[in-house]
Each structure stands twice: as C-alpha cells, then as structure tokens.
Design a binder for this molecule. Structure first.
Ligand SMILES: [Ca+2]
Ligand SMILES: [Ca+2]
Ligand SMILES: [Ca+2]
Length: 360
C-alpha cells in the first residue's frame, strides 16, 4: 500500500485560486486547480520515505530563480503539518528523474502557508500549501520538482493532488514519478498523474560562452554553441597526460560578455562529465579585482552529466562584482585532474557552461 488516494469521480465545484498574494512571475504553471480525483501521499508520519516529483523545463538561455512553490494538498483529519514544507529538485535522466539521493541537486525548507480552498474531497479538507523564499536557482534543462512536509505529525499524511490538463506548461510533459525509498529508485506514477502545482520566481538570461581556450588536453569536437544549452550536444576534450605531477589533464578557459554595472549577484553553471575516473573537477572564476583565479567549486567528476553550480551575492558579502570586468567580461577556468585513471583516451564532455549576472 503506497498511500494513493483514488476516487472514481470528482463532484466538487471549481476551486478558487486564492491564497497566493505573490509578487513573483509565474515560472511554471502545472495547473493548481485539482480535479479532485487522484492524490498521492507525500509526508510523514505515515510516509516518511516517499518522494513525489513532476517535471519542469527551464528554457535554453535562461536561469530560474525559484522563490515559491504552491501545491494542492489534501490533509488527513488528524495529520499535523509540523509547520514546515520542503521543496526538492532532482536531476533528469532521459525524461525521468535520475535514481539516487545524490541526484537531488536543490533543496529548501521553509514555513508552510496553508490556505483552505473551501473544497473537500474524500471527506478531507483541500488546501493550497505554499513555501516562499525558496532561493533555488536552476540552469536550463529538464528537472523534477517535489514537495513534502518533513515534520509532519499526528497521524496519517498529506496528499498531493493531480489535475486534468497539467496547465499551460505541464501539458505534454511526463507524468509524475514517486519513490518509496527517499529517492533511491523512482517509479512512474502512470497515466493521468500530473500534479497540481505552480512555481513562481524570476527568469533571467544567461551569459553564454563566446570564447574557449583549451590549454591542456585536445579538442575532439564541439564549438562554443555546444556549451550554450543543456541538449547533449557537447564540447569534447580528450585528456593528455600532464607533464608534471599535480597539473591538470584538461584545462579550459572560457569567456563571456555580461552587462556591466553594479553587480548584485553572479553565478556559474557547468554541466559536464568525464568518461573515466577518478577525476577531480575544479571551477575557478577570474577576479578582476585581484587579478587571480578564485576557487568556486570542486567535486569528483562522474560518467553522467552533472550540474555544478556556484553563486555569489552582494547581500551576502560575496563580492560578485569582482568577477565581472568594467566592460562586462567574465572568465572561468575549468580543470580536470587525473587521480589515477587506468583507462587511456578518456574525455571531458561539456554540455552546458555559462554565467548569470544581475547588475543594476
Ligand atoms: Ca509533468
Ligand atoms: Ca545533458
Ligand atoms: Ca549543449
């Protein structure tokens, strides 16, 4: 028993779309108004390990800054929300969420705002649950977003309703997936399981790579346009044995041109893989203040595309402006270090790279 609520008919009148005094732009409309027919359990105490996700697409050439998610939720009568709602985002793997908790690339937990729609289904009250100030940033591509109440108490659970048409954005996309082991393995929910939710925030243009210099390694295929979007068209570099211990096997410098000004934040995204391991991947940004490289992000590369992301904000005293020159130039150094690869002829493959600069 997976805690699925299924009914044969929806008798309720349309739900008023209230409770959303929100100044953000609509980023993804998956239809918040439920049909009242199917809903899946999402929360403790009855279902602590379930995870439910539906897909969203961030357009090429843009970055989303997600501020809020609202979902249509049915509450068991003795269930207690615990006051909190978490929103999580999983990587995609060929039109399905990629199995494994390590593939949850964004997470945010906030106060849950519960707005009663006035409807009830299955003898239970229907709500819109919203979490605000999520502060989740996503580069272009397909992702899987979900929600739960991590501190849910009392007894029973909350259920995330579905909708008939999946809204203006969800229509034609995949149906939802669910996991019973906290994201270890996802299963398709099946026909009609489009969840009732909307995502709000801001969409910003990215700054594409316009110049590539391969300093170590050798370009095999691809061009600057290959790095512009998450489309599996990749810039491929074959590794070369370094001439000295401690030097990278692949070193690439990329540049772009942002809007100059008083920079309030900047971020850099890399979607890449290395075909062999162990290989350590490093991202550095050039500081035009101090004229040297600053380490932004470091991780072990894997054989599947993975997003590496770092952002810097003025309001957190991270000096984002020092990484943008007076004329708007931005520069990053990407390096891959062989930590004992036994196979020969391994490559680094970059599907997407770019900046996101916000300036006043
Ligand atoms: Ca969908
Ligand atoms: Ca990809
Ligand atoms: Ca690409």
């Amino acid at each position: 028993m997976t805690g699925i609520l299924i009914a044969v008919a929806a008798l309720a009148s349309p739900v008023p779309a209230g409770g959303n005094a929100n100044q953000q732009d609509m980023l993804w409309d998956n239809q918040l108004i439920t049909n009242g027919v199917m809903a899946r359990a999402v929360s403790p105490p009855a279902f602590p390990n379930i995870r439910v996700v539906d897909d969203i697409f961030v357009s090429p050439g843009t970055v989303w800054h997600i501020e809020s998610l609202t979902a249509d939720i049915l509450e068991d009568s003795l269930w207690d929300s615990g006051g909190r709602m978490s929103v999580y985002v999983w990587l995609s793997d060929g039109n399905r969420p990629r199995n494994g908790n390590v593939n949850m690339i964004a997470f945010s937990e906030r106060v849950v705002e519960r707005f009663r729609t006035g409807n009830s289904y299955f003898g239970r009250p229907d709500f819109h649950h919203t979490a605000r100030n999520l502060d989740i940033t996503l580069p272009s591509g397909q992702f899987w977003i979900g929600m739960r109440h991590p501190l849910g108490g009392g007894s029973g659970t909350a259920y995330w309703f579905t909708t008939n048409v999946a809204g203006t954005d969800g229509e034609g996309t995949s149906t939802g997936f669910f996991s019973l082991d906290a994201g270890g393995t996802f299963n398709p929910e099946g026909s009609g399981w489009h969840h009732a939710f909307e995502v709000r925030g801001h969409e910003e243009p990215t700054v594409p790579v316009t110049l590539i210099q391969v300093l170590r390694g050798e370009r095999v295929s691809g061009a600057t346009i290959s790095m512009a979007r998450s489309d599996d068209d990749r810039y491929v570099i074959s590794a070369r044995r370094p001439t000295a211990v401690g030097l990278p096997s692949v070193e690439v410098i990329v540049e772009g041109r942002a809007t100059a000004g008083d920079v309030t934040w900047t971020s850099f995204t890399l979607e890449s893989k290395a075909t062999a391991g162990p290989v350590r991947q490093r991202i550095e940004l050039w500081s035009f203040d101090t004229n040297n490289w600053h380490l932004m992000h470091e991780r072990m590369a894997i054989a599947d595309d993975f997003f590496s992301f770092r952002r810097l904000r003025a309001r957190q005293n991270e000096s984002p402006g020092r990484y943008v020159s007076a004329n708007g130039t931005v520069r990053a150094r990407l390096t891959w270090y062989d930590l004992g690869v036994t196979s020969v002829g391994w490559t680094v493959q970059i599907d997407q790279a770019g900046w996101h600069v916000v300036a006043n």
